[in-house]
Design a protein around this ligand. Structure first.
Ligand SMILES: Cc1ncc(COP(=O)(O)O)c(C=O)c1O
Length: 395
C-alpha cells in the first residue's frame, strides 16, 4: 500500500498526510520480520543495548522521584553537560543558552522544520538522504528541493556546491545537510561546510546540519567528523540537530538536542510546550551520565564499527557488480549494484536468497535507486557471516 485512500476512512484527513508513502525500508522489514536466522542489517541502529552505567543513572533518578514536568528545553544540568561536551569536542565553545534538549533527533528535526517552514516554502536537501527529513518537510506542507550528491565512478559521492547555489530560490528557507550522511556515509569537508554556511548567510536562509553520526569517523586519531560547530559563530543562521541514539546506543530512549542561536531558545521553549511538552524527566539523568562518562564506550563502539565496516568493504568491493568506496564515516555501506534497477525488488529477493535484510536505495530519494544500504553497526563476527551469505547472492 503506497498511501491511504480517503475512501477507506470514516471522515477525510489532510490529503498530504494520507498521501505519505510507506517507506521502502519498512516494506522489506515487514516482509522479513520474524524469518528464522535472518541477519537484519536494514535499519540504522547497532546490536548492543545501552551501557549499564547510563541505565543505572536513569534508574537512580527514577527512584529519586525525578518524575515531574520539567523545563521544556531540558533540565539545566543536561543543557550544561551538553555545552561542556560540545565545547570539548569542537573547536569553538558552545554555551548552554544555545542548547535545547529534544525528545529524539527526529523530534529536533521536526521542531526545526515547524519553526521555519510555511506551506509552499522549500528546503534544499542533499540526497540520497534519510527519508524522514523529506517526510517532515512534506508534513509541514513544505517542498523538498533535492540536490543529488554526485556519484564517483569508483564508489562514494561528492558535493557540487554550484548545484546547491542554483537550487536556492525566493521560497527557500533552509539547506539541509546530514554529514556524515545516512545512507551514503559521505562526509562534508570543513571547506564545504564553510561554503554552505556562507551561502546561507548570503541568502538569509538557515543551515540545518544533521550531525547525528559526527562521532562515527574512521580516520586515525579522529574523535569527530568536521562539524559546523568548529567554526560557526553563535549568531550564525545555523541549527545543528543531534541525538543520543547512535553514539551511546540509546535509540529507544528518544533523546536528542539542537544547537541554535541564543535568540531562538525562547521559541523552542514555546513550541516544545505545544508538541512533546519536553523530554522525560528521569531519562535526562541517563543522558548526563552518557556525556560525562561515555567516552570509553563511544571509542570502543566506533572502533567496532570501523572493523565491521572494513569486513564489509573487503567482501563487497571485490565483487564485479558492486561499486563501493571504503567507509570513512557513519555506519552504512551504500553500494551500487550494476544491473539492478529495482532496489526494493532486490532487497525483497535477498531475504529469500541470502536471509539478510538490507534497505533499498530507492527509499532515500533521488540518486538512491540502483543502490542497497547495509548497516554495519553490528559485531565483526555477525558481519562476516552476513558477507558469506551475500557474496554469492550479489555475484
Ligand atoms: C541522519 C539521521 N538523522 C537523525 C536521525 C534520528 O535519530 P533519533 O530520532 O533516533 O534520535 C537518524 C536516525 O536514524 C538519522 O539517520
Amino acid at each position: 500500500m503506497d498511501s491511504l485512500q480517503q475512501g477507506d476512512l470514516p471522515a477525510p484527513i489532510r490529503a498530504d498526510i494520507a498521501r505519505l508513502p510507506v517507506s521502502g525500508i519498512h516494506r522489506v522489514f515487514m516482509a522479513g520480520y520474524g524469518r528464522p536466522g535472518l541477519i537484519p542489517l536494514w535499519v540504522g541502529e547497532g546490536d548492543q543495548p545501552t551501557p549499564a552505567f547510563i541505565g543505572e543513572a536513569a534508574t537512580a533518578a527514577l527512584k529519586a522521584g525525578k518524575t515531574f514536568y520539567n523545563p521544556k528545553r531540558g533540565i539545566p544540568e543536561l543543557r550544561q553537560a551538553l555545552a561542556r561536551y560540545l565545547s570539548g569536542l569542537h573547536a569553538r565553545p558552545v554555551a548552554a543558552e544555545r542548547v535545547s534538549v529534544t525528545s529524539s533527533g527526529m523530534t529536533g528535526l521536526v521542531t526545526v522544520i515547524q519553526t521555519l517552514i510555511q506551506p509552499g516554502d522549500n528546503v534544499v536537501v542533499l540526497t540520497p538522504v534519510w527519508p524522514n527529513i523529506m517526510a517532515a518537510i512534506e508534513v509541514a506542507s513544505g517542498v523538498v528541493k533535492p540536490v543529488g550528491l554526485d556519484p564517483r565512478p569508483e564508489g562514494g559521492f561528492r558535493l557540487d556546491l554550484d548545484k546547491v547555489a542554483a537550487a536556492i530560490d525566493g521560497r527557500t528557507r533552509a539547506i539541509f545537510c546530514a554529514s556524515p550522511g545516512n545512507p551514503t556515509g559521505w562526509m562534508a569537508t570543513a571547506e564545504e561546510q564553510q561554503a554552505l554556511l556562507a551561502l546561507c548567510r548570503r541568502h538569509r536562509i538557515w543551515m540545518i546540519a544533521d550531525e547525528v553520526y559526527v562521532r562515527f569517523v574512521y580516520g586515525p586519531g579522529q574523535r569527530t567528523a568536521p562539524s559546523f560547530l568548529d567554526f560557526a559563530a553563535p549568531d550564525d543562521p545555523l541549527l545543528v540537530c543531534n541525538s543520543f541514539s547512535k553514539a551511546w546506543a540509546m535509540t529507544g530512549w528518544r533523546l536528542g538536542w539542537i544547537v541554535h542561536p541564543p535568540a531562538l531558545g525562547e521559541t523552542f521553549d514555546k513550541l516544545t510546550e505545544f508538541t512533546t511538552s519536553g523530554a522525560p524527566h528521569f531519562l535526562q539523568y541517563g543522558a548526563i551520565a552518557a556525556l560525562e562518562q561515555g567516552e570509553p564506550f563511544v571509542a570502543e563502539l566506533v572502533e567496532r564499527c570501523r572493523q565491521s565496516g572494513e569486513i564489509v568493504y573487503q567482501a563487497l568491493a571485490s565483487l564485479p557488480r558492486v561499486r563501493l568506496a571504503r567507509p570513512e564515516a557513519a555506519f552504512y555501506a551504500f553500494f551500487k549494484l550494476e544491473g539492478m534497477d529495482d532496489s526494493l525488488a532486490e532487497a525483497l529477493s535477498l531475504l529469500e536468497r541470502a536471509n539478510v535484510g538490507l534497505a533499498p536505495g530507492s527509499a532515500f530519494g533521488p540518486g538512491g535507486e540502483g543502490h542497497l544500504r547495509l548497516c554495519f553497526a553490528a559485531s565483526p563476527a555477525r558481519l562476516a557471516e552476513a558477507m558469506e551469505r551475500l557474496r554469492p547472492a550479489l555475484a
